[in-house]
Design a protein around this ligand. Sequence first.
Ligand code: NAI
Ligand code: MG
Length: 326
Amino acid sequence: MAGEEIVVIPGDGIGTEVVPAARRVLDHVGEFEFVEADAGDAVAEETGEALPAETYDRVASADATLFGAAGETAADVILPLREAVDSFVNVRPARAYPGVDAVRPETDLVFLRENTEGVYSGHEDRLSEDLSTLTRVVTTSASERLAEFACEFVAERGTGGFHVAHKANVMRETDGRFRDAVVGVADERGVAAEEVLMDAFATKVCLDPAQFDVVVCPNLAGDVLSDLAAGLVGGLGLLPSANVGPDRGVFEPVHGTAPDIAGEGVANPAATILSAAMLLESLGYDAAGESVREAVEVVLSEGPRTPDLGGDAGTDEVTDAVLARL
Ligand code: NAI
Ligand code: MG
């Protein structure tokens, strides 16, 4: 590993606890050049800007970025960060781990969430005292780009197909376009794309998650359904994610700033360390990424564990255990 530049943005709340933990792991497995950058509520209070231009520019040119979480300014931070790397898909694996108490221990899913449009494209208006509206944006090009990624993803994963979750029976124009584009690309590539209505999916995944593997979703649905899956596997402290762009990515836990436990030193670092494993793989260090993931798995299984998983260890103790395994 030769000096790749990694921007680290702790952000707010437990971001300032779990990002340094993951950085220790990256530092342990490679020789990286870390650049610490600001984003979130704290810097917004100081400077009026939740995402300083300097941070944006760094992220846009660095080899990869590790981000923790931002509080009230989350949307002002994460949406531009995703844009800075032209991220068109948010990869969110949600799996249960041996030894961790899970509602559904057989869960092993990967959500591929559209990352640029849908209801998160920022077109909201207040038209009167009584009325606000939101414009939902869906393009064939973004949907096809996501589908092409999904086809390659399942080919690498060695599975024959994916589910596509949508609500085209109601949102006929927008989700109809999304569905047609995704299924169209899959058909061309000989990949099986099975449709599932997103509300029905929410029930089915709780009752029998084993029937699903890779799930392609519009933006909001991917956000909500992956949090639901977090509930099936033992909580938000376990879910990593990758905002993938053509040349670089932003890697972040799915969780937020966890104000209820921030500052106590008990945040579960697993989600962020697993995000760092995805970061390593994005740089081509597949073996290092895999060994980090395995080390986390062993520690989750044998302990020590943080309180969200029923343990009494702190963030540092869990991180030390992961480092010891490596
Ligand atoms: P949250 O993910 O911060 O917390 C939800 C629950 O999960 C809390 O009980 C928390 O203690 C627990 N939790 C989350 N991560 C954990 C970890 N690593 N270890 C142990 N327990 C963990 O979501 P919430 O409470 O809805 O949002 C809090 C703040 O975070 C809000 O200001 C929100 O805007 C922001 N947020 C930021 C995100 C981002 O920056 N990407 C994503 C989601 C929320
Ligand atoms: Mg979310």
